[in-house]
Structure formats: structure tokens, C-alpha cells
Design a protein. Structure first.
Length: 244
């Protein structure tokens, strides 16, 4: 997996109108926040929205950028991070298919509070601020759903702080791997596989790559996981759950 925020000349994002066809509505409704919109409401959002494609490793936005849109992950994975005092990125969370992000700066009109980077090839639905605010004024139920999303985000942040304070590295890693495979597209497979680098794992659990490598090799020897080129295959999910 490329380093966060790296972007080469051939890794530029591309953009296209979301469109108001049935396909465009299906894209919009793939996010739970917009799943209950009728056709007219969906088309009103899509008239101003666009679909953006980001190659792996491309920055979506940076801390301090204008908060003029909200994004829904149609496909892929987006890492939200901030630099730590020693210059390494501190990963705050990862968004996957169906998740929305960027709503905080959009609602209060202030600048972005973190960096967002595509950690896998991504397709994002980008909704401009004016369109979303217009929808929120007309649909109180969407306001409530957005508050539920924000509350869930706050709960996960609180849980992350508690994990850093009270759990050792092995338990933090086991909990993270279980969480990442919970919503994976191949979660029903006997051995779900994650495409994630050891460095990003370290950034998520607050550990060095060396310590991550050591723990993964311990689990590999125990038959809990199998490690491939940039991937981790879960061989014994119950063993990970017992650690947590």
C-alpha cells in the first residue's frame, strides 16, 4: 500500500457528473444516509453532485481545506489521519463502502480538521454543501439520521481513546482486525482477507512497524493468520475474538 499522501503524476483523481438516471439514484441510495429519498429528492441532490475516482494513495482532501462538500464511499477505502508531533500520520478512522465523511466541516462551514487519503482505489459520491443544507431544511428525518451518524462517529472515537489507554498491543490489533473484517465484502468466506499494510496497521493501533511485524509473525506461527504480500488472511477468527 502506498504511503499516505503520496501522489504521482499518473495518480490524479477523475470526476464525472453523478447523473439523474436510475443508476445515479442507486449510487446515492447506496449510502444509508440517503437511502430513503424519493426520486425527486434524489435527483435534486444528484443535479449538483459528482462521482470522483481516486487511485490508491491519492489525497482526497487535506487538513485546512475548505469544507464545501460531503462525501459517500461508493467503493473503496478512505483513511482519515492527522500528522503526529514526530511527523508520522496518526490514523483516526477508516471509511468503507456506504460510509459518509466530511460532514463536520460541511455543517459548521469551517475548514477540514483532518487529512483524507484513498488507501485503496476509491469511487466517491461528492455532494456540495448547498445541496445537502437544502435537503436538511426540507427533511427533518435526514437531519436525525445525520445526527445518528455523528453520534456513532463520536462513540467510535471514545472507544479508540479507551483502547489506547487500557488495551495492550495484541488486544488492540486483534480488535482492529475483527472490526476490519466485519464489514468486508468476503466476510462470509471461511478465511476473510484484508488488503492492508503493516505500516497502516501500526498507524491505526499506535505501534511501530517492527512491533506490528513481530505480533503478526507470532500469530502466523500459531495458525491464527496467514500473511501475504500486503494482505492478512484470518485463519482463526475465534482465536482473535478470545484475545479481545
Amino acid at each position: 500500500m502506498p504511503a499516505l499522501h503520496s501522489q504521482s503524476a499518473d495518480q490524479n483523481p477523475t470526476s464525472s457528473p453523478a447523473g439523474t438516471s436510475a443508476q445515479g439514484r442507486a449510487l446515492l441510495r447506496s449510502s444509508p444516509l440517503f437511502s430513503h429519498l424519493d426520486d425527486a429528492e434524489a435527483d435534486a441532490i444528484l443535479a449538483d453532485a459528482r462521482v470522483e475516482h481516486y487511485p490508491e494513495g491519492t489525497q482526497v482532501f487535506a487538513n485546512g481545506d475548505p469544507g464545501d462538500s460531503m462525501m459517500a464511499v461508493l467503493h473503496g477505502r478512505v483513511v482519515i489521519s492527522n500528522p503526529s508531533p514526530d511527523g508520522r500520520p496518526l490514523v483516526l478512522t477508516i471509511f468503507r463502502d456506504g460510509d459518509v465523511f466530511g460532514e463536520m466541516a460541511l455543517l459548521d462551514g469551517k475548514k477540514r480538521s483532518a487529512d483524507a487519503t484513498a488507501s485503496a482505489e476509491c469511487k466517491l459520491l461528492v455532494v456540495p454543501r448547498r445541496s445537502l443544507l437544502r435537503l436538511l431544511q426540507q427533511r427533518p428525518d435526514v437531519c436525525i439520521e445525520l445526527m445518528v451518524v455523528l453520534c456513532g462517529r463520536l462513540r467510535r472515537t471514545n472507544e479508540q481513546v479507551e483502547d489506547f489507554a487500557f488495551l495492550g498491543l495484541e488486544r488492540r490489533m486483534a480488535k482492529l482486525l475483527l472490526h476490519l473484517t466485519q464489514d468486508a465484502s468476503d466476510r462470509s468466506a471461511p478465511r476473510p482477507e484484508l488488503k492492508i499494510s503493516q505500516r497502516v496497521l501500526g498507524e491505526l493501533v499506535g505501534a511501530t512497524r517492527e512491533n506490528i511485524n513481530r505480533q503478526l509473525h507470532d500469530w502466523k506461527r500459531s495458525g491464527i493468520i496467514a500473511v501475504g504480500n500486503g494482505s492478512i488472511q484470518i485463519c482463526d477468527r475465534e482465536a482473535l475474538a478470545d484475545l479481545v
